[in-house]
Design a protein around this ligand. Structure first.
Ligand SMILES: [Fe+2]
Ligand SMILES: [Fe+2]
Length: 167
C-alpha cells in the first residue's frame, strides 16, 4: 500500500526520469549535429537508460496499488557550449536526481514503508554508478581540448550500448 504522499513522490520521480531522458536525447541530437557521433551515441544510450528508470517507477507504482500519472514534461535545453559543458550539466543533474531519490527514501523511512525502501535501494546504488561514470567522463573531457584528444574520446564513448538485461 502507498500513502497519497508516497504515491505522489514516486509519480513525481517517474516524470523526472522522463525529463532526464529528454535532456540526454536533446544532447544526443546536439552532438550528432556537431559531428560528434560517439558522444551522440553515449547520450542516446543514456536516454534509453533513463526511460528504463521511468518504467521501473511506472511498474512499481501500479504493482503497489497506486496509479502511475504522466504529467507535463518541461522542454530540455537544446544547445551546449561544448562537450565538457554538457557532461558537467549532466553531472549536476545526476546529483540532483540522487538528492531527490534520497528524499523519497527518507519519506519511506518516516512512514515505515519498508517495501518502498527496498524498491529505492536499486536506485540508490544506480545513482552512485551514474555519478561515478559521468564524473569520470568530465575528468577525461578536462584532459582533452579540441582536436585529436576529443576525436579519440568521442570514439571511445561511441562504444556504449544500453542493454536492459545488464541493468
Ligand atoms: Fe535515472
Ligand atoms: Fe541518470
Amino acid at each position: 500500500m502507498l500513502s497519497k504522499k508516497l504515491e505522489d513522490a514516486l509519480n513525481e520521480q517517474m516524470n523526472w526520469e522522463i525529463y532526464s531522458a529528454h535532456i540526454y536525447l536533446s544532447m544526443s541530437s546536439h552532438f550528432a549535429q556537431k559531428g560528434l557521433g560517439g558522444i551522440a551515441q553515449w547520450m542516446n544510450a543514456q536516454y534509453k537508460e533513463e526511460m528504463f528508470h521511468a518504467m521501473k517507477f511506472f511498474d512499481y507504482i501500479l504493482e503497489a496499488g497506486g496509479k502511475a500519472q504522466l504529467g507535463q514534461i518541461d522542454a530540455p535545453p537544446l544547445t551546449w557550449e561544448s562537450p565538457l559543458a554538457a557532461f558537467e550539466e549532466a553531472l549536476e543533474h545526476e546529483r540532483d536526481v540522487t538528492a531527490r531519490i534520497n528524499r523519497i527514501a527518507d519519506l519511506a523511512v518516516e512512514e515505515k514503508n519498508h517495501a518502498v525502501g527496498i524498491f529505492l535501494q536499486w536506485f540508490i546504488s544506480e545513482q552512485i554508478e551514474e555519478e561515478d561514470s559521468v564524473g569520470d567522463i568530465v575528468d577525461k573531457m578536462k584532459l582533452v581540448s579540441d582536436g585529436s584528444g576529443l576525436f579519440m574520446l568521442d570514439r571511445d564513448l561511441g562504444a556504449r550500448v544500453f542493454a536492459e538485461s545488464a541493468e
